[in-house]
Design a protein. Structure first.
Length: 566
């Protein structure tokens, strides 16, 4: 029905998060004309004629979200499984300490002391396996005697999700030092990953211990009809539900000021990663450093001297909350966004893998092919839907710009749908799904998600000027359009929002659009603001080496889909 927004009141002079909540609700009252708060400022419940609500749910990222330290025996096995559990629960993993990371004992102890996390997740060993390695990790915690980041007078929560046989030993070593919560092992056997119990325990403890330190949290807890969720955890939940309900592979990205979160569901497996230093305001300097100046500059079609580009980025570092007011600034910001998204996806691919350390039955041919366990689950040819959110994508002056940023950064293959979260509503719908799943999904598809359209990109060796594929677009209204895609071109075909079309694609020999090399492919797609983009630029995208030619080509591509100019 409506949306209200108010600045947070977590800090002085209010020191009470519920004041901000009441301010946002009052805005809703003005928009809807419905009375929601009583004279004392409390929600009127249950709903009755013309006033009140039936339920109130909340997500929270107050205090910078949940910051965790993860500990495991082997980095590529139990430690990685523990990391996946923490990230899936909406945490920022500050560091991962394991028996085989190359730091000396005193360095590990020093690191645990410095971090001051909100919570520790300790995992290691399969059930029934050796106990000594897990005991050594517990000894490190004992020697470090870590203290929590927020609040005093309570012990740091530690979730133990390792070898069952080591529980007694861990209890003895850490007795009285931390608040231990035991859950099922994240890797009970090498072939199985069991993240649910650890993820649930982290959620629960975050709300009980960490969020309880936020001023006014106790009052907020009494208002809600479902447990309060960390904001990224709620987004992840929604991405999981969308993938499961539609039976599709989904990639979601939230590019913020300080971090970029990537969520994915491939082969039914959910993964989330946080690129903690890749953001568009507070971390924008780190994006430039990590990507390298040349990688950022290659996406800019404005002819500015290198020193001028650097100075504009430095201005953004000095004043991180400003938004571009000149076209040149917008082009540079969107170039930085492409690199932040590209680097975040690379990190996500490294983390979203099949289980490592698992014995795989192989044929002689496999043995010679040197295939190993731990391969990435992220397959761009399998990907059905990309959802972008965060200011630079959701509030781009034109939807075509958001589409081009996602295509350039993620380089999807085959046929992929594109959408953006209109006003960052996904966390709210993720937690609403706990009490009203049907309503949450309806609002998600009808109001939250803004369909941009689809992108068609053949995989294989692309030569400029050569025919890549022949396409036939049959719209629901009976109109038909045919086109030939040539190497080095971007072509846009209109398909309005709410409309569907059947694509018949015949790739050239050696190219693949989803059914194999040279094989004809048929797909049904939905439209949006941009329609259907046919991308013949190759993978990776082939940019001219000469700077002037590259700028000309970038502008030509941007204009071809309506991102800039006519």
């Amino acid at each position: 029905m409506a949306r209200g927004e108010a600045p947070t009141t977590v800090e002085a002079p209010f020191d009470d998060v519920t004041v901000g909540v009441a301010n946002a609700v009052r805005e809703l009252e003005e928009v809807t004309g419905r009375r929601l708060l009583d004279e004392a400022g409390r929600l009127i419940r249950p709903a009755r004629q013309g006033e009140g609500v039936d339920a109130y749910v909340s997500t929270s990222s107050a205090g910078g979200g949940l910051q965790m330290l993860v500990m495991g025996v082997v980095r590529s096995m139990t430690a990685e499984s523990a990391q996946r559990a923490a990230l899936g629960a909406g945490a920022i993993v500050m560091d991962t300490i394991c028996s085989n990371d190359r730091r000396l004992l005193y360095q590990q102890i020093q690191r645990i002391r410095q971090l001051r996390p909100d919570m520790i997740l300790l995992a290691g060993g399969i059930d029934g396996g050796t106990v000594t390695h897990v005991a050594k990790l517990a000894e490190l915690v004992r020697a470090a005697r870590p203290t929590a980041r927020l609040g005093t007078g309570y012990r740091l929560p530690l979730v133990y999700a390792g070898n069952r046989q080591a529980r007694e030993v861990v209890r003895e070593i850490l007795n009285g030092l931390v608040d231990i919560h035991e859950v099922e092992n994240v890797r009970p056997v090498l072939e199985v990953e069991n993240l649910g119990p650890a993820r649930d325990a982290i959620h629960e403890l975050f709300m009980e211990h960490v969020m309880a330190q936020a001023p006014g949290y106790d009052k907020l807890k009494t208002m809600t009809d479902a447990p309060i969720m960390p904001t990224p955890g709620a987004v992840g939940k929604l991405v999981e539900v969308v993938a499961r309900e539609k039976g599709i592979s989904v990639l979601g990205v939230d590019i913020g000021g300080a971090t970029t979160d990537v969520f994915s569901v491939f082969q039914g497996k959910f993964n989330r990663t946080v690129s903690a230093n890749l953001g568009m305001s507070y971390s924008v300097g780190n994006v430039l450093t990590s990507a390298g100046f040349d990688n950022v500059a290659r996406w800019s079609w404005v002819d500015l001297p290198a020193v001028e580009v650097r100075n504009r980025v430095k201005n953004k570092i000095i004043r991180p909350t400003t938004i571009p007011h000149l076209l040149e600034d917008l082009v540079i910001e969107q170039a930085l966004a492409r690199e932040a998204l590209r680097l975040s996806l690379e990190q996500h691919k490294e983390f979203a893998t099949t289980l490592k350390g698992v014995q795989i039955r192989r044929t002689v041919a496999d043995a010679f092919a040197q295939t190993s366990s731990g391969q990435t689950l992220v397959n761009m040819m399998e990907l059905d839907l990309i959802i972008g959110s965060g200011g630079v994508l959701s509030h781009a002056p034109r939807r075509e710009q958001a589409a081009l940023m996602m295509i350039d950064a993620f380089e999807p293959l085959g046929v992929t749908q594109l959408a953006v979260d209109s006003i960052f509503m996904m966390p709210h719908l993720g937690v609403l799904g706990e009490i009203a799943p049907e309503a949450a999904m309806e609002v998600f598809w009808r109001d939250c998600l803004v369909p941009i359209g689809a992108v068609v990109a053949p995989a294989g060796r692309v030569k400029t000027g050569r025919l890549l594929l022949k396409a036939r677009v049959e719209r629901d209204d009976g109109s038909v359009e045919e086109l030939d895609l040539v190497g080095g071109e971007l072509v846009r075909v209109e398909l309005r929002e709410g409309m569907h079309a059947r694509l018949t694609l015949q790739p050239a020999r050696g190219l693949n659009v989803g059914e194999g090399r040279g094989r004809r492919c048929e797909r049904r797609v939905w439209g949006g603001k941009v329609g259907i983009v046919f991308d013949g630029r190759g993978r990776p995208i082939q940019l001219p080496m000469d700077a002037a030619q590259r700028r000309q080509k970038l502008l030509q591509w941007a204009q071809a889909i309506g991102a800039f100019g006519q």
